[in-house]
Design a protein around this ligand. Structure first.
Ligand code: ZN
Ligand code: ZN
Ligand code: ZN
Length: 386
């Protein structure tokens, strides 16, 4: 993905997001946020540089100050075309100048509130994907400051989607569903996993995805590995096949899993599939405002544990999704973050029987005023393919 995000957001939308981020930063004890190119910058400004380079591009957000984007002069024209640009002051720098000194001047650390007890000076939040060389440059230019991971400091920054974002999430989910309806019809038996995966990727693109993040096709015993790398294994009649696929459509993510069977399944295969479907349903039913993330995990896991398969459900129940396909919040034991209307995340329990087969069923769910709404709606009962 290059250039500006195609999402239908205005400069005012981006201004609102940047204000919210600055407020949340202040609430978290941060003197400012330093946002490098990546998903946070896209969400805050709509800007994606054509390439991440050694030249510093950095959005500087400080409570009570105007947002400033530090950008290399040769990339400034591109940045000016970003949909959020009217809400930002651009400060470009040419080769030979010190962009870290420029950034330091913007922050005026003398005026910054001090960091938490024990921290050396003001605490700044910085993007997880900022280059180490840039962080080192900032540390040198801003002696006495300390740094926190932006994702750890503000994990919920992008979690609650507004109405326009929810429409884009729903459209991405519907597109992934359309891809599943088509992949059901292709031949599986006698073809390699990589062949079916290529079909899936083509279908995701045909249904409007600009970026395909993953197309897992895990057949037979490979299905017992949740993050199986597609390989040359030839799919056989009698195989269970876990399909897990997603990417970005119009800047927002899809991610869905269905487990199909080549030909007629055995009673055991049917039973395990039904169990995972019940667990997925239980996880979905636990979604409502005020419930904790861990409640969704507990609800889904209890069904599988009660049936005696607990040790074969070897991952968390879900993850957030938005301008990336994996992000906070996480549906996992110990995560007490309350669910808020507008949050979007996966509910994807699975059972993995080593050396035999696996089953995973995954929908993206959004929190509504009184419960949850699925953004994936293809059949969850076992589907047989040829
Ligand atoms: Zn079978
Ligand atoms: Zn998935
Ligand atoms: Zn997922």
């Amino acid at each position: 993905m290059t250039g500006t995000a195609p999402a239908p957001f205005t400069a005012d939308d981006y201004r609102t997001r940047m204000d919210r981020a600055a407020r949340q930063a202040a609430g978290a004890g941060l003197a400012g946020l330093l946002v490098a190119p990546g998903p946070d910058l896209v969400w805050l400004t709509g800007y994606t540089p054509t390439a991440a380079t050694e030249r510093l591009t950095l959005l500087v957000l400080a409570p009570g100050r105007e947002p400033v984007l530090v950008v290399p002069t040769l990339e400034a024209p591109d940045a000016e075309r970003a949909p959020g640009a009217p809400a930002i002051t651009l400060r470009d720098w040419t080769d030979g100048r010190d962009p870290y000194a420029l950034t330091a001047a913007l922050l005026d650390t003398d005026g910054l509130p001090p960091g938490p007890p024990g921290a050396p000076g003001a605490l700044l939040g910085i993007s997880d994907n900022a280059w180490a060389m840039h962080l080192l440059g900032l540390q040198k230019a801003l002696p006495g400051t300390s740094y926190a991971s932006l994702t750890e400091a503000l994990p919920m920054l992008r979690a609650v989607k507004d109405t326009a974002e929810l429409e884009l999430m729903a459209a991405a989910g519907a597109a992934a569903d359309a891809a599943f309806e088509e992949i059901r019809k292709v031949p599986f038996a006698g073809r390699r996993e990589t062949d079916v995966a290529a079909d899936l990727a083509a279908l995701l693109r045909r249904t409007g995805h600009s970026q395909v993040d993953f197309t897992i096709v895990a057949s037979g015993p490979n299905g017992a590995n949740p993050h199986h790398e597609n390989g040359d294994r030839v799919i056989e009649r009698g195989d269970m096949v876990v399909l897990d696929f997603g990417g970005l459509k119009d800047g927002y993510g899809s991610d869905t899993s269905r487990t199909v069977h080549v030909g007629e399944p055995t009673d055991e295969e049917r039973r395990v599939h039904d169990l995972v479907r019940e667990a997925q349903e239980a996880g979905f039913r636990a979604v409502r405002p005020g419930a904790a993330c861990q409640d969704v995990d507990r609800a889904a896991r209890a069904v599988i544990t009660d049936a005696g398969y607990g040790e074969y459900f070897i991952h968390r129940t879900g993850h957030g999704i938005g301008v990336t396909t994996h992000e906070p919040p996480y549906m996992i034991e110990g995560e007490e973050q309350p669910l808020v209307p507008g949050m979007c995340f996966s509910v994807e329990p699975g059972v993995y029987l080593p050396g035999r087969f696996g089953v995973r069923i995954e929908d993206i769910v959004t929190v509504t005023e009184d419960g949850g709404r699925r953004l994936n709606n293809t059949v969850r009962e076992m589907v047989t393919v040829d």
